[in-house]
Design a protein around this ligand. Sequence first.
Ligand code: SAM
Length: 284
Amino acid sequence: MAGLLYLCPTPIGNLSDISKRVLSTLNEVDLIAAEDTRNSMKLMNAFDIHVPMTSYHEYNKTQKAYELIDRLKEGKNIALITDAGTPGISDPGEVLVRMCHDEGITVTSLPGPCACIVALTLSGLPTRRFCFEGFLPADKKERNEVLEDLKKEYRTIVLYEAPHHLKNTLSELKSVLGGDRKAALCRELTKKFEEVMRFTLSEACEYYDAKEPKGEYVLVIEGIDRNAEKEESKKSWMEISVREHMQHYLDSGIDKKEAMKKVAKDRGIPKNEVYRELLSEDMN
Ligand code: SAM
């Protein structure tokens, strides 16, 4: 019988955040695949775990996945861990999981620390709907496309960033999303100097003009405010007369009844008021 692949989340800064279930799984598997074996050795030493480790990282993720799958098919159980947090979130874990599914190997994911969720819940921004972007792409064209998509995003946005890229990313975000957009910069989560700085994007840029970012960061940014957007659009319609507004829709081929409905909706008024306005404009 084939073995199981266990995705085991590890602490993102505070060793006490490892679960009992992760510890017992790490102790019981035949092999631990780790992003950086030297880094993970510290964790193994801290918890007195003595299970063989092998490396599974960005640069061997496909080739090594075949080797791990062979071991799983032989009946060995394997735990996947990354440098910190939940395997598969902004790290090579997703490739191994996909390949295991393709090969009919059972994968199970243990719940645990994830910087995205810790930051989102701490941010003070809406948590009901959010989108996780991980790291913005390094490729300029792809990056600009993602930024343009984020400009239209209504949900709260969560991004990962390295400290040496933070200033540049903040300034790009400010120029695409606008300086007034609210953001929470969550740094050193679960560590001694954990901090949540709530800024607008302009304020965040100003703050880091005079200071070098240090530590690990998650950026949580508010999505577009639907009500403010509606108000903005209503304001722009109010700059033209009801007749001009009607004409705009009639010119686009919409019939009179439908045009009246749309005008009423755009201006936030009842249809009979549109009718009355048209009559009074006619009389003037
Ligand atoms: N798999 C991990 C997870 O579940 O969160 C994320 C791995 S990703 C390679 C590393 C990024 O996660 C960092 O650049 C940073 O943006 C974020 N991160 C990880 N630990 C963090 C911490 N303690 N505080 C703030 N951000 C952290």
